[in-house]
Design a protein around this ligand. Structure first.
Ligand code: MD3
Ligand code: FE
Length: 210
């Protein structure tokens, strides 16, 4: 698709206390990020985890960095190196995430892991909180690449109303402060072909897990 706005400068949109969208912030870096994702996935293939409830997740996941998040019958948790090869976090990933956090007012972000989600059309993430990280004062920084998706931003209980926010290729979001513990999810991704990412949506989340 012809994109008349691809040269537009990034801009920021406050979303809630502690949460700010940096629109198109990663757009110039996207080709490099996507190439790096392929290299990471070649070393550590995308997998569909099983939730503690026994369901296979529609989102496929891989990681880079010192720790990885996983789900199995015992629950959700981060774990350390297990002797198999894990791709390290590329320097340009860390630089981008730390700069975005800084831009959003979080000046001491030290991510040690990057969770990489891959969505095919129909894949979704039901409402959840991210609270397995040790230091909840550190934000989470996300990068969306490829197909767009509707992000659901809820409150502090699962039943709270949600706002819908479209996240598109190159959008970054910094989630910190009180927003760090808000419920959130992703609606089923609509079919499409992205010129750089093909039939996928990718989301990178940079975290300080320990
Ligand atoms: C709001 N990923 O991996 S990124 C996740 O697009 C996750 O794949 C979604 O939720 C995705 O856990 C959303 C945005 C995001 C990440 C962490 C948050 C939003 C957040 C933590 C607190 C509040
Ligand atoms: Fe999450």
């Amino acid at each position: 698709m012809l994109d008349l706005f691809s040269d537009e400068a990034p801009w920021s949109e406050p979303l809630a206390e502690g949460a700010v969208i940096l629109r198109r912030r990663a757009r110039a870096d996207a080709p490099l990020l996507l190439t790096a994702l392929e290299e990471i996935a070649a070393q550590s293939p995308f997998q569909h985890y099983i939730t503690p409830g026994g369901h296979q997740m529609s989102v496929a996941m891989t990681h880079c960095g010192d720790l990885r998040w996983a789900s199995d019958s015992r629950g959700y948790h981060y774990h350390d190196h297990d002797g198999t090869h894990w791709p390290p976090m590329p320097d340009h990933f860390r630089t981008l995430a730390v700069a975005a956090a800084e831009q959003a007012g979080f000046s001491h972000f030290t991510p040690d892991t990057c969770l990489i989600n891959r969505y095919t059309p129909g894949a979704k993430l039901t409402l959840h909180q991210d609270k397995d990280e040790k230091d909840l004062r550190q934000p989470i920084v996300s990068v969306s690449l490829g197909l767009p998706a509707v992000f659901l931003f809820g409150g502090f209980t699962r039943a709270d109303a949600t706002q819908r926010v479209l996240l598109e290729h190159g959008d970054m979001v910094v989630w910190g402060g009180v927003s760090r513990l808000r419920f959130h999810g992703i609606q089923p991704v609509k079919p499409g072909i992205h010129p750089l990412a093909g039939p996928f949506r990718y989301n990178l989340t940079f975290r300080r897990a320990r």
